[in-house]
Design a protein around this ligand. Structure first.
Ligand code: NDP
Length: 289
């Protein structure tokens, strides 16, 4: 089957990587970017530069958006005819913004799929890449072959908010881990230790976490059942450690914000009667009620 034409709007690092992967896979690719020069390399590689957003949309049924956020989509497409277009928005925003955008696009005769790309630009289009999608299943299925070029598609369901919800939940893990790495490094460097003498083992702690807590199935079972047996470690013991970290940070002039937030979760869990339960009992004070 001849690869279908694809338009990519937004040629930041991610859009550039997507368009390049689509070109390599033989798709005719049209691009548009607010700052045209960012597309020069793609044009040299065979992409067609559209004169404006309307021409970009008219060039392909499938239009991929890779923008800083959803308001950028309204800025670009606000006055462009969209009837019959399939918009696949791979920009980051809230699930609510995705749902609102799906309605906006549908009202204008377009079909709308949301996505969250789970890898950085250098990995886009390689076997390690994957992308969450949500939206109308028939629309997703019809364009899955082209979308597979960007990364392995993981379709989540009809609700247009789901892809961004999953994206953000993963980024929640990622951003918190990155901040914890920097915080921990600040703790040791405040005592005169070189970052280089600490960070390799700290990264080891991150990669050891699955060995410590399992593949997620047992953790999920415990969280869903609300069962937190504390035979091997307790929230009280972990909370004491959280307090030691906070006091060390405060004493050494390191920003205490992250450590204080973690300690407060232990404090509230213990106050709610979970002191002798496992650390997983923190879920009871974190989750929505
Ligand atoms: P950037 O923010 O660097 O660039 C995205 C594009 O948005 C640029 O082409 C920019 O145009 C355009 N843009 C922003 N605002 C407007 C506007 N108001 N009107 C017109 N164009 C606008 O993003 P990335 O390429 O890094 O990422 C794209 C999306 O992918 C983001 O939502 C990001 O969260 C997500 N993502 C990024 C990853 C990464 O590693 N970078 C990894 C996974 C997901 P111009 O060039 O003119 O400024």
């Amino acid at each position: 089957m001849t690869p279908a034409p694809v338009t990519v709007i937004g040629i930041g690092p991610m859009g550039r990587a997507m368009a390049a992967a689509l070109l390599r896979a033989g798709h005719p690719v049209t691009i548009w970017n607010r700052t045209p020069s960012r597309g020069d390399e793609l044009v040299a590689a065979g992409a067609t530069r559209a004169a404006g957003p309307a021409q970009a949309v008219a060039a392909s049924e499938l239009v991929i958006l890779s923008l800083t956020d959803y308001p950028a989509m309204y800025d670009i497409l606000g006055s462009v005819p969209l009837d019959g277009t399939v918009l696949v928005n791979l920009s980051s925003d809230t699930p609510a913004a995705s749902r609102q955008a799906a309605q906006w696009a549908t009202d204008r005769g377009a079909r709308f799929v949301t996505g969250g790309v789970m890898v950085p630009a250098p990995i886009v289009g390689t076997p390690g890449a994957y992308v969450y999608y949500s939206g109308p299943p028939d629309v997703f299925d019809a364009h899955a072959a082209a979308l597979r070029v960007i990364g392995e598609p993981k379709y989540l369901g009809d609700d247009p908010g789901l892809a961004q919800l999953f994206y953000q939940a993963h980024l929640d893990v990622f951003l918190t881990a990155l901040s914890s790495l920097l915080h921990a490094t600040a703790l040791v460097t405040a005592a005169g230790v070189r970052a280089a003498d600490f960070l390799p083992d700290a990264l080891g702690t991150l990669t050891d976490i699955p060995a410590m807590i399992g593949d997620g199935a047992e953790l999920a079972r415990s969280l869903e059942a609300g069962e937190h047996p504390g035979e091997l470690s307790t929230a009280r013991m972990m909370g004491a450690t959280a307090d030691h970290i906070l006091r060390t940070a405060t004493a050494s002039g390191v920003d205490p914000g992250l450590a204080a937030a973690v300690k407060s979760q232990y404090d509230r869990a213990i106050a709610a009667g979970h002191g002798d339960d496992n650390w997983t009992a923190l879920y009871e004070v974190i989750r929505a009620r």
